[in-house]
Design a protein around this ligand. Structure first.
Ligand code: PTJ
Length: 246
């Protein structure tokens, strides 16, 4: 990362790419993760590589849902672990959520590499390796979760997921907070709170909201969550992409 000139117009985007490449080299990110990153970058480019105001409101509403939950879990895949490991651990701490590794292309090697990577970035406990639970409606590998983690969760944060799993979690009655740069993706459309933003920006922004809302009572958290309209947020993100209007 240090070899990149900071005044390069696409500095952030290039740094992010390097993180994903390094993630693949270290056995954290899948090769499909490279493709997912490319798709994300295209949407981010169209959004001006900025957090649009509705995405920031969504981030706040998502935090309110996580803070109000009894058993919130932050789901981590190979892309998130490579892009923002420290930010993910910090957010989980700030909303008192468990961290669980949950992979689309699950292998024992990647599960362990990601667990260790998160521990190196300050995680005390990382779930996902017990694998004694199941999400109904998904095929074997992708359905595997920890019974006392995502299995028991009432709210799950899914940063840049595949649509099937977000849908299956929602079908289990869990509150789904999703971060996805594509406002038309199934993940964004099934989420109770779709945050149309880059995980690299959204995760630290959510931590800042969590710190600010730390003293909020249940009533205030409920008001923030209820004031958020997911359809309106997705429509605003689409407008931003189509018209450059924020
Ligand atoms: O590590 P694994 O095995 O769990 O696999 C993870 C990936 C991401 C490869 C897997 O879940 C997958 O294939 O996902 P999809 O179906 O490609 O969906 C990824 C979504 O995330 C797409 O809608 C992208 O636009 C979006 N996306 C990609 N990069 C980012 C992003 N959203 C937010 N921030 C990003 N940096």
């Amino acid at each position: 990362e240090s070899a990149l000139p900071e005044d390069h117009p696409r500095y952030e985007s290039l740094v992010t790419r390097h993180r994903i490449e390094a993630g693949v080299d270290r056995g954290i990110t899948s090769r499909q993760g490279l493709i997912a990153q490319g798709r994300g970058e295209a949407f981010d480019y169209l959004l001006g590589e900025e957090t649009i105001p509705t995405a920031d409101r969504a981030a706040r509403a998502g935090v309110a849902r996580l803070l109000a939950a009894d058993h919130p879990v932050v789901s981590v895949n190979g892309n998130v672990a490579a892009l923002a490991p420290g930010e993910t651990v910090e957010l989980a701490d700030a909303v008192s959520a468990a961290l669980e590794v949950n992979l689309f292309n699950r292998t024992d090697e990647r599960m362990e590499a990601i667990e260790e990577h998160l521990r190196e970035h300050g995680a005390a406990d990382v779930k996902g390796l017990t694998a004694d639970g199941r999400i109904p409606g998904l095929d074997h590998e992708r359905a595997t979760v920890d019974a006392d983690g995502i299995g028991a969760a009432d709210a799950v944060l899914v940063p840049l997921e595949d649509g099937d799993r977000a849908e299956a979690l929602a079908a289990m009655g869990k509150v789904v907070v999703a971060i996805d740069l594509n406002p038309g993706s199934r993940t964004a459309r099934v989420a109770d709170v779709p945050i149309v933003d880059n995980v690299v920006r959204a995760l630290p922004a959510m931590t800042a909201h969590a710190r600010e809302l730390a003293g909020a009572d249940d009533g205030e958290l409920e008001r923030i969550a209820a004031a958020f309209d997911p359809d309106e947020a997705l429509a605003a993100a689409e407008r931003a992409i189509r018209e450059g209007e924020f």
